[in-house]
Design a protein around this ligand. Sequence first.
Ligand code: SAM
Length: 577
Amino acid sequence: MPPRRVSIGVEPQQPIEDADAFVSGDMIREGADFAILPILYRHESAVADKVLERRYFAPEDLTIKSSESAYCLLGKTSPWIDNMPSSEALVAKEVEYAGYTGLKSVVAPEIGKDIAAYGRQLYTMLANESGSEVLVRIRSGSENAWHNWNRVRMMCNHSMRLQVLLELDADAHMATEMQQWIAEPVRVVVLPEDMFVPNAAGYPVLLRLQQALVKNWIDHDVAFAVQQSQSGKFASGDLIRYIRHMADSLPERDPACLATEEYRDVLQAPLQPLMDHLESVTYETFEQDEPKYAHYEKAMVKAISEVAARSDRTGPIVLMVVGAGRGPLVSRALHAARRAGQEVCVFALEKNPSALVELHRKNATLWLGAVTIVHADMRQWQPTERADILISELLGSFGDNELSPECLDGAIEHLAANDCICIPRRYTAYVAPLSSTLLFCRAREYSGKHHLETPYVVNIHKANVLADAQPVWAFSHESPATLARLPWSANAHNDRSSTVEFSASCASVVHGLVGYFDAELYPGVELSICPATHTLDMHSWFPMYFPIQVSIYYAWLAVHDLFVNGGGFSFVIEALT
Ligand SMILES: C[S@@+](CC[C@H](N)C(=O)[O-])C[C@H]1O[C@@H](n2cnc3c(N)ncnc32)[C@H](O)[C@@H]1O
C-alpha cells in the first residue's frame, strides 16, 4: 500500500530577497514542497506610500518577483494596520499582484482588534476575480481565536475560498479547541520549531501529545509548514524529515476504512430502492459488509431456534426474505438453518427484475433449488402459506428514511403469521447537532432547487459532532399481529414527533443535524451506526446530514417539532439563551 503523501512546506522567519532563488536553493535542499513567503520584501510605510503613489510595485519592493515559482508559494500580505486606509489599499494591490502571478493562495495576517475592518478587508480580497484562496492566520490558544474567526467568516458569508492557516503553539495538544478547528476549513497547519525537542542524537522529535495531534491532522489531509525560530535550533530539513517519517510510519489503514475513505465528506443523495431499481454494483457494495450479514445470521439462528421450540410447531419453518436483492440474506438464512439444525422452507421476494437473474442463478448453482424465488412487490404478493420469520434489510441511514416501515407494513399484512418474528424487530433514529463548514458549503453548492432542504448520506469526517446523539423515535415490529389489524392504509401510525435539547461542551456554529440509527435484529443482536455504539467494521450505512438554511451560533440548543411521516421529515432548531 503506498504511504500517505503529506505536503510539507517551510515558513522562513528571515527576510527573503528573491523567492525564485529561495525555491531553487534552500527550499529544494530542505526537501520542502512549498514555501510561505511575504509578497513584499520591505514593509516600511515609506515603501507603501511610494507604491500607492506610483500604483505599481518596483522589483526591489517584492520578494515574489515573478510567476516562476508561483506553483509552490503561498504569499503573505503585509500586516494590516487597523483604521489605516493606506494599509487596506496596499493589501488590495498585493492581492491583485498575487492573482497576476498565479499564486493559488494568499495568507492574511492575524485578525486585528477592529474585527469589522478586518472582515471588510477580507471581503474585498475575496471579491477579487483572481480567484486566489485567502488563508486567515490563526494562532491556536490565542484569546478568542475561534470566536474572531467565526465573526469574520460570517461577514464573508461562509465563502468556500476563505480558509484557515492554523499556527499551533508550542503546548498545543488535542483538546476541545482542536476539535473545534477540525470542523473548520483548515488548509495548512504551521508547526513552530519550539514544538520540537531534541532526541538523544540531537535531532528534533515531538512529545507524545503533540505527535497524536499531528497524526490527527495528517488524517484530515492538511498541509504542514515548519516555522523556524530566530534562534534556528534545528534545521528546517530535519523538521520536515521527521514529519514525513511520522506520516510514513502510521499504521496501514484497514481495508474497510480504505473502501470508505474516498467518500469522506462527499454528499450523496439517499438511495430510493422502491422507486428505482438498484444496480448490480450497488448490491455488490452491500454484500462486502461481512459484519452486517454475520449479525443477521446470528439473529436468524436465534429466531429459528425460538420458533422450533414452540410446542404447537409442525412442518418446516417458513422464512421469507423480502427485498432479497442478489441473495446475501438468503444464503445466510440457509446457513442459519443448518447451524440451528432445523428444516426450513425459504422464500426470496424481490421486485427488481434484473436482480432476479442472479437469484435464479444462485438457486441453480449454490442453493441447489432450495429456495422459492418470487418476483413481486412485498406489499401485494398473496402467499399460500405465511412466514414464521420475516427477514428484511430496508433501513436507511436515519432508520425509517428508505423502505421501512411502510413497505414492511404491507409485507406484514400479507405475509406474516400471527406470531411471526420480524428481523429487524425494532429500530430507533438519533440526532445530534453538527458543525462542519465543509459540509455546509457543499450542501449550499449542491445542484437542485431544494439543496438546503434535503438530507444527504455522508461519510462525515471534517466535522465536529457537538453533543451526544439523542433518540428521537422508534418503530417496532415486535407484534406483527397488532400491526396487521391497524387501519394502516392512511399511514398515520407511522407519524412520529419529538423535541430534544442539547448543550455543547464549547460554543460553536451549527450547520445542521447529523442522523443515525440503531436496530435490534433480535433481542441481544444489534446493529448501530451511532458513534458510541457503532457495530465494529460495518460500513453499509454512512450517517445522514440534514443541512439548515442559515447556520446558527450555539451553546445550548433545542431541536423541536421534529416530525416524520411517509412524505418527509421536518424540524426547527432554536438557540436557547
Ligand atoms: C437495501 S436493498 C437490500 C438487498 C439485499 N437484501 C441485500 O442485503 O443486499 C433492498 C431491496 O429491496 C427491494 N425492494 C424495494 N421495495 C420492494 C418491494 N416493495 N417489494 C419487493 N422488493 C422491494 C429492492 O429492489 C432492493 O433489492
